[in-house]
Each structure stands twice: as structure tokens, then as C-alpha cells.
Design a protein around this ligand. Structure first.
Ligand code: AMP
Length: 421
């Protein structure tokens, strides 16, 4: 037997219905905020991620699916989508309009991580990027959009963990302070964290080693070393969030695992997900576009882990999403009923009723059992007798209630039943 590749998974119905519903709501909400969809390739030049996500990040250091093409080009399956969006923004001269470009994406990302519950090698992200404006009101608008989306999925009680990582004007001093603080404790650090300490001490704050919690808790805070402009940006943002009623908490050691962030960074976690409880992360990246050879254009965005989001959605949303696709099972009782059943199915579908046709013609017992198995709420049975009388049997599968309905009234009766449920 050939199985799926380790760390990848098949999304099956009815779970796929939850994914579809989540994506539909994301698209609706993002459109309300002026965001348009972008689709970038899954495959990018490796250099793109090295120069944006950064060599010291875990992603570039050890998690990329990179290979050389037959033509000798070094390419990578995208581990995240912001770099691809920034590349496309530059490549298509989108900055030239002089206006903000607000873009969202939905798609698969690839990281060679150790698979575990909630962590996959192929996973999906829903993300949004606002390219152009550098002002804190744009940060607030993005976070308001995010919470609007999450609350439409039924989430309550989520809060955004927020920090500022400053800019190149003040971060070097912080990095040095952090290095000086951590250096005497280098002996306590594992191999990965020791590498981070030399390459980029900020990364040590992201350590996965629980034994370092106390050390990290005592580390200097970036917020204490922000320069005037970054501090003003941060404080203005907090004011807007309070005015908009967005719940947040300051998380002074939040740095996020990617190198391109400046100023605002944030993360949202949800309960019930176990160790992998971050459902989304994001931040401002005012140098990313210029670092990639584009114009000096600011940006901010977030990426939601769709797999984790779907796992965490409230039960009510999940149930509604699953039940939203509820076809009527139309059963042709005998082979002789097939043509008639096809015609009736077409009639109902024209009236907007979803019909799952069962034309196997294996009798009522088999037809009803199959309808139940496929999750139908209502079965419509069509047999010899019904053909003669121009009627059908409508059976509610949960209650077993059965009525005889004239064919001419069937579409109306089924639409009525749907409204009542
Ligand atoms: P990042 O791009 O690392 O900021 O991640 C953003 C979000 O993507 C995280 O909060 C997770 O929800 C999700 N995510 C990241 N890596 C994985 C993974 N390997 N498997 C599933 N979800 C992931």
C-alpha cells in the first residue's frame, strides 16, 4: 500500500466542509476591509526565503524543502507566504500606484518539522498583508479585521499577545543587551540555543527548552529600549485597540521566529490545542520589500494556521458547517425508476435543492440505509407505485416520519422543510 508522505495528511469530508466554510468567511470578511486575493506559486527561488525569513531562523536553517531543478535552479516549497507576496508586489510594480495594496491568501505551506499533533510538514495558512502604510492605525485596522473574522467563527475570549521589536535604530542595542545577559548562562543552553546566541540572540527568546523559562523571564525587555518613534507607534496602536475593544496583553518577550519583523509583532493562542497552541502570528515588516530589492515600502500582515484554527473552532460552528451541506437523498427503488429519478433530480436542483442521487435501484431498505450513511436528513423514494400516481415518498430519517407528496409539490415541500430545520 502506498500511504501519504510523513507529515502530510488528507483532509476528508465532513472536515473539509469546516475548512470550506472558514475560508468563505475569511474571504467575505477580508473583502469588507478592502483586501483582495493573491495567489503566488508554491515554488519560489530559495534565495527569496534566505533573504527575507533569514538565515538564523529555524525555518531557513533546517526546515525548508529545497531542491535543485533539472535546470540547475535552487528552489524551495514555500514555508510561508509573506515573502512570496512581497516578491510579487515588487515584480509587478504594485508600489507604483502609490496607494496601499491589501492582499490576502489561502494556501498550503511546507516546513520540514518534526510532525506531531497540530504540527505538519504540509499545512495551510490564511493570511493578509497590507503593503504601503506605516502608520499604527493600519496595524489596528488589521487586528480589528482579524478579531472580526475570529468572532464570526464563534471564538470568544481570545486575546492578542502584543509586543514591539523596534527597528534597526534601536534593536542592535537591545540585541547587545540580550547577548550580555545571556552570555554568562551559555552553559545552560542546548546546542540550538547556543547557535542562536551567536547568530541572533533574539531567537533564544523563542527557545523550545522549558528549562530556560526562568532565564528568559528575567531577560531585558525590548519595550524598555525602544526609540522615540517606535515607542510612539506602539502607544498609538494600544490606544486604537482600546477604542476598538480589541483584547490584548503585552508580551514583552514575544519576538516571533522570522527575521523580517519591525515594531509591532503579535500572536494569538487558543485553548484545547495542546503544545501547539498558536493559531496565528504576524507583525510589521517595514524593511522586507526594500531588503528584497524593491522600493522603500512598509508592510504588516498575519498568517493564521488554518489546520489549528479548524481544530479549535467552537463546536457550534463546526456543527453548522457540517450540516450546511445537506443533500436530499433521492432513491430510485428499481432500475426502471432511473430515468425518472434523473429527471426529478434535475427539477429539484433547478429549484436550488441539493440532491444526492442513488440510482443503484436496490430497493427501499438498501436505499434508506445508504442515505443515512451518507448523512442525509431526508430521503425521497421513487418507485413503480409512485411513478403511476405521480407522487413520491418523503421520509425524514431522524424521526422516520413518512409522507406522500405529489411530485409537483415536492420542491416546495422540501424547501419548506429546510426552513423549518
Ligand atoms: P508562522 O508563519 O511561523 O508565523 O506561523 C503562523 C501560524 O501558522 C502559526 O501560529 C500556526 O498556527 C501555523 N503553523 C506554523 N507552522 C505550522 C505547522 N508545521 N503545522 C501546522 N500549523 C503551523
Amino acid at each position: 500500500m502506498i500511504t501519504s508522505v510523513k507529515g502530510t495528511r488528507d483532509l476528508l469530508p465532513p472536515e473539509t466542509r469546516v475548512f470550506t466554510r472558514v475560508e468563505a468567511i475569511a474571504k467575505d470578511v477580508f473583502a469588507l476591509y478592502g483586501y483582495d486575493e493573491i495567489r503566488t506559486p508554491h515554488l519560489e527561488q530559495t534565495e527569496l526565503f534566505v533573504r527575507s525569513v533569514g538565515e538564523s531562523s529555524d525555518i531557513v536553517h533546517k526546515e525548508m524543502y529545497s531542491f535543485t531543478t533539472r535546470g540547475g535552479q535552487n528552489v524551495t516549497l514555500r514555508p510561508e507566504n509573506t515573502a512570496g507576496v512581497a516578491r510579487a508586489y515588487i515584480e509587478h510594480g504594485m508600489a507604483q500606484s502609490g496607494f496601499a495594496r491589501k492582499l490576502y491568501y489561502v494556501g498550503a505551506q511546507f516546513r520540514y518539522e518534526r510532525p506531531q499533533e497540530g504540527r505538519y510538514r504540509e499545512f495551510r495558512q490564511i493570511g493578509a498583508e497590507a503593503l504601503g502604510p506605516a502608520d499604527p492605525a493600519t496595524d489596528a485596522d488589521l487586528l480589528v479585521m482579524l478579531f472580526d473574522f475570529l468572532s464570526r467563527l464563534g471564538f470568544a475570549g481570545l486575546a492578542v499577545a502584543l509586543n514591539s521589536v523596534g527597528t534597526e535604530a534601536c534593536r542592535p542595542a537591545y540585541v547587545e543587551a540580550l547577548r550580555a545577559y545571556l552570555a554568562p548562562h551559555a552553559g545552560k543552553l542546548g546546542e540550538d540555543d547556543r547557535r542562536r546566541l551567536t547568530q541572533n540572540p533574539l531567537r533564544v527568546l523563542d527557545t523550545k527548552d522549558p528549562a530556560l523559562a526562568e532565564l528568559i523571564a528575567g531577560a531585558p525587555r525590548m519595550l524598555d529600549l525602544l526609540d522615540e518613534e517606535s515607542r510612539a507607534h506602539h502607544e498609538e496602536l494600544l490606544g486604537y485597540l482600546e477604542a476598538a475593544g480589541i483584547p490584548y496583553r503585552i508580551e514583552p518577550r514575544l519576538v516571533r521566529g522570522l527575521d523580517y519583523y519591525t515594531r509591532t509583532v503579535f500572536e494569538v493562542t487558543a485553548g484545547g490545542l495542546g503544545a501547539q497552541d498558536a493559531i496565528l502570528g504576524g507583525g510589521r515588516y517595514d524593511r522586507l520589500v526594500s531588503d528584497l530589492g524593491g522600493p522603500k515600502v512598509a508592510g504588516i500582515g498575519f498568517a493564521i494556521g488554518e489546520d489549528r484554527l479548524v481544530k479549535a473552532v467552537p463546536d457550534e460552528f463546526r456543527r453548522a458547517a457540517i450540516e450546511s451541506v445537506n443533500a436530499v437523498a433521492l432513491v430510485a427503488l428499481e432500475k426502471a425508476d432511473r430515468a425518472d429519478a434523473l429527471a426529478l433530480a434535475a427539477e429539484l436542483r433547478r429549484a436550488g435543492i441539493a440532491v444526492d442521487l442513488d440510482a443503484t435501484g436496490r430497493g427501499p431498505g438498501h436505499g434508506l440505509k445508504a442515505a443515512e450513511k451518507r448523512g442525509a436528513r431526508v430521503a425521497v423514494l421513487l418507485g413503480g407505485r409512485e411513478r403511476e400516481t405521480g407522487s413520491v415518498v418523503v421520509k425524514e430519517l431522524a424521526t422516520r416520519r413518512q409522507t406522500i407528496v405529489p411530485r409537483t409539490e415536492l420542491a416546495a415541500a422540501l424547501s419548506e422543510g429546510r426552513k423549518g430545520s
